[in-house]
Structures are given as structure tokens and as C-alpha cells.
Design a protein around this ligand. Structure first.
Ligand SMILES: Nc1ncnc2c1ncn2[C@@H]1O[C@H](COP(=O)(O)OP(=O)(O)O)[C@@H](O)[C@H]1O
Ligand SMILES: N[C@@H](CC(=O)OP(=O)(O)O)C(=O)O
Length: 467
């Protein structure tokens, strides 16, 4: 049994959903289908999830919401029109959406999640109707009925352990199940969503629950590439990479697959295949537990923007018991999570997502760190980008970091920070946002280009294991 997840671009319009119908029909093993909300049909289009977020904003502020409401309904009406089915479903969508906009809710955050989830929910209902129209034995299944139990954290939910046992019973289902991605229900019975892009997570959880032989993730590119194709021109395809490598790359900006979707597949040992809805005969990229590291120690280079760094220095920080704990407690008090903590003898930097750090929080943190920890210096730097060079083979290869620093030097990009993950699967560099494209292109050239700068001077060398 295979679980196939179709992303927003794959189900953005009626004509895209027809391709999805062909893909499902082509392989009877594709028994569980997870779908996203209709995504972008063209570059400047608006995703249905964003239309729903705009509707929610109108509802929350008590403004007239008819226009925002109609834009959502029109997206689905257009899809139903092209598919020549789904009239009954459209009536339901209208009523259900109106009910959500007008009824009392447990909290505003929970209403936002209920509205956001309509994109996936309505699309799953429509796609199930279309598959039935094609003559397939397909059924829509709500995540509550499937048993997808999540933590009660609106917009940021996490899977609860009982989910996997609950989902296991879906194995017994005879026909095709169409499950909306992106949301589930808390133990308290509230609808809650994953972070944005979370349909990939639903797909992975469902694949783990039903113990699928393969989790296919259909998107709009032929494969995962060694660098973001929007940054590097025609980057090389990656045929195979490990869960660990993909998690690091997704985390650091490979938006093609959600980083939180790797763990469920990894724990259940289910291979993941990234494939193209627009070109399903292309092999795609396979994500597995192990690959042959001799082929290339580095597998990809990812980058992401929107980070800030809080730099703190204090003479003899290394000898002050509890300094790190107290510093992190100040962040915790402000409900801030951190991403990385590179440190030295007398200094430490805390890297965090910039959008969490509002001006007010920044001021309070600075004051507290000064007064409670008596530090020598504290500065906050915004507008940072992180670049991650990733590959499991790096552990046993000499010269990987030398190539990276040469690339930064050639691109004339200043490295603000370096961190090698403890697992040695990745090398992380902090640079100014304005430098990120230059740096990624230079790094790509150094590891994968035809004329790397250090070509003659440095060949990557594998370390022999100690006998
Ligand atoms: N290294 C990469 N390899 C492939 N695609 C990438 C990479 N980095 C970023 N992307 C982007 O990810 C996009 C697919 O992800 P997304 O838009 O979330 O798809 P979906 O709508 O299927 O969920 C691609 O169109 C591509 O622009
Ligand atoms: N529709 C949701 C969840 C999702 O996974 O979407 P997509 O498959 O388009 O990344 C979002 O836009 O965040």
C-alpha cells in the first residue's frame, strides 16, 4: 500500500486535479491520498490558504467579509466546473464556511485554524467526488474519523502517539481514501493545524500509521535539486538522499518537503519519493536511511533568511556556573525558541527566527540580560541568513570546510558565524541576507560546478576507518 500526497500546486485547479486522477488510476497500490488546499496556479496567484487567512482577518476584526468569502468559494466553484462534478459539495462549502464565520468559537486562534483547514477539507471532498465520478471506489475521510490526534497548539500542532495506532486500522479499508492534509484534532476535540506547509506532515504520519511501502510526495518539480532552482540555474538532481540529510536541507530552506515530515517516515522506516505531478514518469528523488557516500560527501546547499542573532559577551563566562541556563530562561520567559547557539570562551550567540523577536521583546530581553547577568556587551543583529552545506559523507571527508571558506572568499562574502552541527552532517554559515544568493552560487560551484576554484589545489579525501 502506498500513501500519495499531492501538494498545493498539484491540486491548484481542475486541470491539475485531472492529472492527479490519472496518477491515482495508474497504480492500484495508491490507496491513501492526502491532499493540500489549492495552491498557486501561476507565479502571482494567491494560495487558497492565504485567501482563508484573509477571510479570517476580516471576521476577527468584525469587518464585512463578503468579498473574501466569495474569493474562497469562487476558487472551488471554478475547480468543480472544470471537473464537471461537485455541485452538492459546493452547497456544503458555502454553508460550512458561513457557519465558521458567524458561530461562537473556543478561541480566536482555534477559529483561525478552522478557517485555514477549509482549504484542505473542501479540496479533499471535491477530489473524492471527482474520483467517484471517474468510477473509482473513493471515500473522503475526515482526520477526526481517521484518528489524527494532535497537541492543542493552534497553527503549531504536533502529533500525539496514539495517532499511529488509530491510523493503522485504515489498512483494512477496501477502496481509496482521500484525507485532507494540514490539520487534525486535539484530545479536547478542537481542530488544530500544523505549521504552514504541513500537509507533508499529515502524509508522513498517515504513511507511518498504515505502514505504507512508500510515501509518494507529488509536487511541481522533477526532483529535489542540490540547490534551490530559484537561486542556482539548473542545479543537479539528487537521486537519493538520507532522512537526516533531507531534514537538514528542508529545515534550511528546501521548501519542497517539510522538515517535520521526515521523523514519522524515518521512525517507521518508510522510503519517501518526491515526484512531479506534471511529469510522473520522471523517477524523482528517493529519501532513505542510507546512501552510498562515496558518490558525493556533500549532497546539497540550502539557505534561509529571516534570522536574528543576540550576541552576549562576559569575561570568564566559561567559569560561571548556570550562565547559559539563566540566559535561556530569559528567552523562555518571553516565549522565544532558539535555533542555534554557537559559543566561545567569553561569548555566546543565540540565533533565532527574527519574526518572533518584536521590538518590545528585544528591549525587555536586553534590559533583563544586563540587569540579571551583568554582561560586558550585548548586541542584536537582524537580517541574517543561514546557509547549510549538508551531506552525511562529510564526517569522513577531509577538505569540505576548506572548499566552503574558499567559495565565500571568492564571492567576497563575509562569514558572520560558522557552526558545525554535532552530528557532522551539516556545516552552517551565517551571512548578511544581501549576500546569500552570491554565497550559495559560489558554494554550488565549488562542490558541483565544472570549474571549482580549488580544483587543482584540493581534492576531497576520504578518511579510512580506524581498524
Ligand atoms: N532544492 C530544491 N529542489 C527542488 N525544489 C525546491 C528546492 N528548494 C526550493 N524548492 C521549491 O519547492 C517548490 C515545491 O514546493 P511547494 O511549492 O511547497 O510545493 P507543493 O505545492 O507541491 O507543496 C518548487 O517549485 C521549488 O521552487
Ligand atoms: N495549505 C497549507 C498546507 C500545505 O501543505 O500546503 P502546500 O502543499 O501548498 O505546501 C499551506 O499553504 O501552508
Amino acid at each position: 500500500m502506498k500513501v500519495a500526497k499531492f501538494g498545493g500546486t498539484s491540486v491548484a485547479s481542475g486541470s491539475q486535479i485531472k492529472k492527479v486522477g490519472n496518477i491515482i488510476t495508474a497504480d492500484p497500490d495508491r490507496k491513501v491520498i492526502v491532499v493540500s488546499a489549492p495552491g498557486k496556479r501561476f507565479e502571482d496567484d494567491i494560495k487558497t490558504t492565504d485567501l482563508l487567512i484573509a477571510l479570517d482577518a476580516q471576521v476577527q476584526t468584525g469587518n464585512k467579509y463578503a468579498d473574501a468569502f466569495n474569493s474562497v468559494i469562487e476558487r472551488f466553484a471554478e475547480i468543480a466546473d472544470t471537473l464537471e462534478c461537485g455541485r452538492k459539495e459546493l452547497v456544503y462549502f458555502q454553508e460550512a464556511l458561513e457557519e465558521l464565520c458567524t458561530s461562537k468559537v473556543y478561541s480566536n486562534e482555534h477559529r483561525s485554524d478552522c478557517l485555514k483547514a477549509c482549504g484542505e477539507d473542501f479540496n479533499a471532498r471535491l477530489i473524492a467526488a471527482y474520483l467517484q465520478h471517474l468510477g473509482l471506489d473513493a471515500t473522503y475521510m475526515n482526520p477526526k474519523e481517521a484518528g489524527l490526534v494532535l497537541s492543542d497548539e493552534p497553527g503549531n500542532a504536533r502529533v500525539q502517539q496514539e495517532t499511529f495506532k488509530n491510523l493503522n486500522k485504515l489498512k483494512e479499508h477496501e477502496g481509496i481514501l482521500v484525507i485532507p492534509g494540514f490539520f487534525g484534532y486535539s484530545r479536547e476535540g478542537h481542530l488544530v493545524t500544523f505549521p504552514r506547509g504541513g500537509s507533508d506532515i499529515t502524509g508522513a504520519i498517515v504513511a507511518a500509521g498504515v505502514q505504507a511501502t512508500l510515501y509518494e510526495n507529488f509536487t511541481d518539480v522533477d526532483s529535489v535539486y542540490a540547490a534551490n532552482p530559484k537561486v542556482v540555474n539548473t542545479p543537479r538532481k539528487i537521486d537519493k538522499l538520507t532522512y537526516k540529510e533531507m531534514r537538514e536541507l528542508s529545515y534550511a530552506g528546501f521548501s519542497v518537503f517539510h522538515d517535520e515530515a521526515l521523523m514519522p517516515a524515518f521512525h517507521a522506516g518508510i522510503p519517501v519519493c518526491i515526484k512531479n505531478t506534471n511529469n510522473p514518469s520522471s523517477e524523482g528523488t528517493l529519501i532513505v536511511a542510507q546512501r552510498d557516500y562515496e558518490i558525493s560527501p556533500v549532497v546539497g546547499i540550502a539557505s534561509d533568511e529571516g534570522f536574528a542573532s543576540i550576541y552576549v559577551s562576559k569575561y570568564l563566562m566559561n567559569r560561571e556556573v548556570g550562565f547559559g541556563r539563566k540566559l535561556l530562561q530569559i528567552l523562555e520567559d518571553e516565549q522565544l525558541s532558539y535555533e542555534h547557539i554557537p559559543s566561545g570562551i567569553d561569548d555566546i550567540s543565540i540565533i533565532l527566527r527574527e519574526k518572533q523577536l518584536t521590538g518590545e521583546k528585544e528591549q525587555r530581553i536586553m534590559d533583563k540580560i544586563h540587569s540579571e547577568l551583568s554582561v560586558d556587551t550585548i548586541t542584536v543583529e537582524r537580517g541574517l541568513a543561514l546557509i547549510m552545506v549538508v551531506g552525511e559523507g562529510m564526517t569522513r571527508t577531509i577538505g569540505v570546510a576548506a572548499k566552503a571558506t574558499a567559495a565565500f572568499a571568492m564571492a567576497k562574502v563575509n562569514i558572520e558565524m560558522i557552526n558545525q552541527g554535532s552530528s557532522e552532517v551539516s556545516l552552517m554559515f551565517g551571512v548578511k541576507e544581501k549576500d546569500v544568493s552570491k554565497a550559495v552560487s559560489a558554494l554550488y560551484n565549488e562542490y558541483f560546478g565544472e570549474h571549482p576554484f580549488l580544483e587543482d589545489k584540493l581534492k576531497l579525501e576520504t578518511v579510512k576507518p580506524v581498524q
